[in-house]
Write a protein that binds this ligand. Structure first.
Ligand SMILES: Cc1cc2nc3c(=O)[nH]c(=O)nc-3n(C[C@H](O)[C@H](O)[C@H](O)COP(=O)(O)OP(=O)(O)OC[C@H]3O[C@@H](n4cnc5c(N)ncnc54)[C@H](O)[C@@H]3O)c2cc1C
Length: 516
C-alpha cells in the first residue's frame, strides 16, 4: 500500500468520485500498488474528462457562472488549507452555521489556514465574479456567513490566540471563539469584553460592536480592539491601527465586515478577577410587568460593575418566565448590595446568583443557545425600558403567541456610552439596552408561526427603538433601515467603502453601499 502525500491528496480528492471506479480508497488515503500504473496511464485522460465538468456557481446578483476545474485546482494547490466542494468530506459540516435556518450550499468553501489563503480566496472570488460570504465563528443570526452557490471564505481553522500578560494585550486569528479567548486571558487574570455565549465568534462580534458582561466597565469589544490586519477587495494585506490606516480602524470598529476579511485582531486586556458574582434571577411571567417596571428604574442607576440582561423566555414546560442574567464584577458583598433593591422589590422564584468563575459564567448560556436550532430575530436599541414598551412586550407574549418566542434586553451603557458616537463606526452610544424579538423552531412545521409572530409584533415595538445592532441585522431588513442605522457615521463609512471595496465584493453584512 502507498500513502498519498498531503501535497497530492487535495488534488486527488477532487477526482475522488471517479477514482472510486479505480479502486482507490480516498478516505484512507491509500491505493493499491497495482493501481499506480493504471492511474499514471490514465491521469491525462481522466483530467481531460474531468475538465469538461465546469462547476456551476453564482455571482452577487444571481448571475450564473461556470468555474473551470483547472482554475479550481490552481486555487486548491495554492492554499495551505482545504478547498471544499459538495460531496467532499467536511463540506457539509463546514457549510453549517449556528443558525439552522440557513441550509445553503456554497459552490466552494475555502477553509483558510492563514492570511495567504485568504488572499488567494479573495482574488479567486473577485476574479471569477463570485458571491462571497465570510465566516468567522459562524454565529451570524441573519445567515450571511454562508451563501448559496458562491464562495464561502471560512476562517474557522484560524484559531491562534496569543496573550501577552505583561503588555496586557491579546492577538486573535478570526476563527477564535469567545470562550477560547476568555480561557487564555483568564489564565493571567485578564479579559476584555467578549459576548455572553462562549461559542460565539470573536471576529463578527467585534466588527459589529461587541457587547458583553464586562462591557459597561471596559467598553465594547471594538473599543478595545486597537489593531487589525485585513485582506481588502483587491487582495492586498493592510494593517489598521492608530498610525497605519486609522480611517480603516475606525470603520472596523462597528462597520461590520464591509471592508475586507480581517485576518487578525489585537485587543487591550483588563484585570478581571477570575471569580465574579453572577447567575440567573427568575420570576414567574405573572410578575413580569411589575418587576420589569421596577427593573427599568433600578438598572438606570446601576454601577458600571453591574451587568444585567433581561428577557421573557420560555420555560422547559412550555410556560414563560422573566429572567435576569447577572454579572457583578466585584466582591460578592458589593454585588449583594448592588442587587439588594431588585431582590427586595420582589423575591425571585429562583435566585442563582453566586460567586462563580468568570469563564464558567461566560459558558452558562452555551447549551440554551445551542447550534443547529433555527432563529429569526428583529432588533433595536432603546435608552430606557418604558411602561409602554413593557405593556407591549407582555401583551405580545401573552395569549396566542407561539411558545418558541422570546424578547430579550441586552445591557449596554456605562463605559460604552462614554465613547463619542463619532469616535468609532459604532454609533449608538446612548442606548442602555439592545433588544431583540425572537422566534425559533426545531421542526420545519413550526417555522411559519414563530417567524410570523416576530414579524407581526415588530411594527408595534420598532417605533420605541432607535437604530439597531448591526450584528442583529435581519436578512429582510431593508436598505433604508440599514442606512438610517449608521446615521451621522454613514457618509464616512461610504467613503471607506469606496476606498477599500468600491465594487461591493463584501456585501453579505449590514451593507454599506459604495457610491463610486
Ligand atoms: C448565541 C449568540 C449569542 C450572542 N451573544 C452576543 C453578545 O453577547 N454580544 C454581542 O455583541 N453579540 C452577540 N451575538 C451576536 C454576534 O455578535 C453576531 O452573531 C456576530 O456576527 C457573531 O460573530 P461570528 O464571527 O460568530 O459570526 P459569523 O457568522 O462568522 O460572521 C458574521 C458576519 O461577520 C462578518 N465577519 C465575520 N468574520 C469576519 C472577518 N474575519 N472579516 C470580515 N468580516 C467578518 C461577515 O460579514 C459575516 O457575515 C450573539 C449571537 C449568537 C448567535
Amino acid at each position: 500500500m502507498n500513502f498519498v502525500p498531503d501535497s497530492q491528496y487535495s488534488a486527488l480528492r477532487t477526482q475522488g468520485n471517479r477514482l472510486k471506479d479505480w479502486g482507490v480508497d480516498m478516505r484512507r488515503r491509500t491505493f493499491c500498488a497495482s493501481t499506480v500504473a493504471a492511474l499514471a496511464a490514465t491521469a491525462l485522460p481522466l483530467r481531460r474528462a474531468f475538465a469538461a465538468a465546469d462547476l456551476p456557481a453564482l455571482g452577487p446578483d444571481g448571475a450564473q457562472l461556470l468555474l473551470k476545474p483547472n482554475a479550481i485546482d490552481d486555487l486548491r494547490a495554492a492554499m495551505r488549507g482545504e478547498l471544499l466542494q459538495a460531496g467532499q468530506d467536511g463540506y457539509d459540516s463546514a457549510r453549517r452555521i449556528w443558525n439552522g435556518a440557513f441550509d445553503r450550499h456554497p459552490a466552494l468553501i475555502a477553509r483558510c489556514a492563514g492570511a495567504a489563503d485568504v488572499v488567494h480566496a479573495v482574488n479567486f472570488g473577485r476574479d471569477h465574479g463570485m458571491l462571497i460570504a465570510v465566516r468567522g465563528g459562524g454565529h451570524s443570526l441573519s445567515g450571511q456567513s454562508v451563501c448559496e452557490g458562491g464562495l464561502m471564505i471560512d476562517l474557522a481553522p484560524m484559531k491562534s490566540v496569543h496573550v501577552d500578560p505583561l503588555a496586557r494585550t491579546g492577538r486573535l486569528e478570526p476563527g477564535v471563539l469567545l470562550g477560547q479567548f476568555d480561557r487564555e486571558a483568564q489564565a493571567f487574570g485578564l479579559a476584555t469584553t467578549a459576548g455572553t455565549v462562549s461559542h460565539t465568534g470573536a471576529a463578527g462580534l467585534t466588527l459589529g460592536g461587541g457587547f458583553g458582561r464586562i462591557g459597561r466597565k471596559f467598553g465594547l469589544a471594538c473599543d478595545n480592539m486597537y489593531a487589525a490586519e485585513i485582506v481588502t477587495a483587491d487582495g492586498k494585506f493592510v494593517r489598521a491601527n492608530e498610525k497605519e490606516n486609522p480611517d480603516l480602524l475606525w470603520g472596523l470598529r462597528g462597520g461590520g465586515g464591509n471592508f475586507g476579511v480581517v485576518t487578525s485582531f489585537e485587543y487591550r486586556l483588563h484585570h478581571v478577577n477570575p471569580i465574579v458574582y453572577g447567575g440567573p434571577l427568575l420570576y414567574p411571567f405573572s410578575d413580569a410587568k411589575e418587576v420589569l417596571g421596577f427593573f427599568a428604574g433600578f438598572i438606570g442607576q446601576a454601577p458600571d460593575e453591574l451587568y444585567c440582561d433581561a428577557g421573557i423566555v420560555p420555560t422547559p414546560d412550555g410556560k414563560r418566565m422573566l429572567m435576569f442574567d447577572v454579572c457583578y464584577m466585584g466582591t460578592p458583598e458589593a454585588g449583594d448590595r448592588a442587587l439588594a433593591p431588585l431582590r427586595q422589590f420582589r423575591k425571585p422564584m429562583v435566585d442563582g446568583v453566586h460567586p462563580i468563575p468568570y469563564v464558567e459564567l461566560q459558558r452558562s448560556g452555551d447549551d440554551s443557545n445551542r447550534a443547529g436550532r433555527c432563529y429569526y430575530v428583529k432588533g433595536g436599541f432603546i435608552t430606557r425600558i418604558t411602561p409602554a414598551l413593557i405593556d407591549t412586550v407582555v401583551e405580545k407574549l401573552s395569549g396566542t403567541a407561539p411558545p418558541s418566542t422570546a424578547i430579550l434586553f441586552a445591557h449596554s451603557g456605562g463605559a460604552i456610552s462614554r465613547v463619542k458616537p463619532a469616535a468609532t463606526a459604532f454609533l449608538h452610544r446612548e442606548a442602555n439596552h439592545s433588544m431583540v424579538v425572537m422566534g425559533f423552531w426545531d421542526k420545519a412545521e413550526d417555522r411559519d408561526a414563530s417567524m410570523q409572530w416576530a414579524r407581526s409584533v415588530w411594527p408595534a415595538i420598532e417605533p420605541m427603538t432607535s437604530g439597531f445592532y448591526v450584528n442583529e441585522v435581519a436578512n429582510d431588513d431593508p436598505e433604508r433601515r440599514i442606512r438610517a442605522n449608521y446615521g451621522a457615521n454613514y457618509d464616512r463609512l461610504v467613503k471607506l467603502k469606496n476606498k477599500y471595496d468600491p465594487k461591493n465584493l463584501f456585501r453579505l453584512n449590514a451593507n454599506v453601499k459604495p457610491s463610486v
